[in-house]
Design a protein around this ligand. Sequence first.
Ligand code: PMP
Length: 460
Amino acid sequence: MPAKAKTLDRERIRTMTARELEAFNAKTPKSAALYERARKTLACGIGSSYQWREPWPIYLREGKGSHLWDIDGNEYLDYLNGFGSMVQGHAHPAIVKAVQEQVLHGQQFSEPVEDGVDVAEELARRWKLPKWRFTNTGSESTMDAIRIARAVTHRDGVMKIFGSYHGHHDYVMVSVPGNYGDFGPRDDYGSFPYGAGIPDAVVQMTVAVPFNDLDAMESRLKKLAAADKVPACMIMEPAMMNIGIVLPEPGYLQGVRELTKKYGVLLIFDEVKTGLTVAPGGGTEHFGVMPDMVALAKSLGGGIPCGAIGGSDEVFAEVENFNVWQVGTFNGNPLAMAAAKATLFEILTSEGYEHLARIRGRLADGCDAVIEKYGLPAYTVTLGAKGCVTFTTEKVVDYQSYCDYQDAEMMDLAWLYEANRGIYAAPGRDQEFTISVQHSLEDADRYAEVFGELAAELTA
Ligand code: PMP
């Protein structure tokens, strides 16, 4: 945070946003035209509602290294990186080779392959969790982990962090970011469905507590215990990664581990984002707190849909004795396993992580220098291959403080401003970035340079 932060001129932010939007619209006519065609058959012209943007989505054509091209031929430095799923960078030679070799020998068997054994052994080594299974997405990983927790504990309830996202199945489409008005008292937050189509009975089974607040969590657990409704599991990201980045306060994760043990609740770390991007053994290694299960996906498959769950022998006994059916036609798919093996053994090696730390450090230093120089009301947070600039001078520690302090207008402006200058950032999430092993120091400097131009104009 800057020593002395300026107050931003709201009118200027709006004028600049309107100007940048007009400029970006003018640069993307082919996306506009394809959208008109696409929306006739593809709902909203997109494959996932998270790909929506106004007035039209940006259709991409190519990715190479740290660069992206859209169908209008605009070139960008990619800091979205598939929402954190491409820490390998685009078309990494090791992934291309592994997938090309496998594709010539069959794409899908629905039977196990040796690469899958190599991947499971490496994940077990990295996470120090003995047993693993594969899935195809993060949602499948969290869904399967929760089902196993329910089987182990013979309970139905799920505890999560208010404002965290864990995928699109019913168990966790509850109390994620949304317009819920008053959430209720911190130790008794309401359970709110994220969109329509989620049965109320399922919504009520999931209770949410604030991040970084052990007192609220313990108080909620006490109330649930008194009502004979202790949850099966606590599912959480070790660091919140969907509202910019919110780090756990010192001792918080250890406290969660103690509380979950005290109440017999299984602890699931959702490492769909933190896993592989933060450290070889994800947030589990980085923060030094051992959960009962982890859920992985995103970066594991280097662009091929691939997820995994890992856990203790005790927990996985429910899978091994066939009480829980952990299944899927594409689980352990040979292309995904080839890409995951290349990721783990050739790309995300110790040199890979050193490179990520170097680039991330340069990027964060560059952004910090801009914030300080222009007195921007903002601060940076970084973790592994990821980081963000949060537009407020108040420290965000949980979803409530994020709602209280986030500067939504600045988030929109920054995205457009950067897109017009060849930087593709994560939309609508502060200035969250994921770098890849193919990003360079020059790429980091370019990001900071554009951020500096934005800050100069904002504060002039
Ligand atoms: N967990 C977390 C923490 C995530 O960020 C996401 C996706 N953004 C998911 C689960 C769901 O993953 P997927 O979209 O692959 O189903």
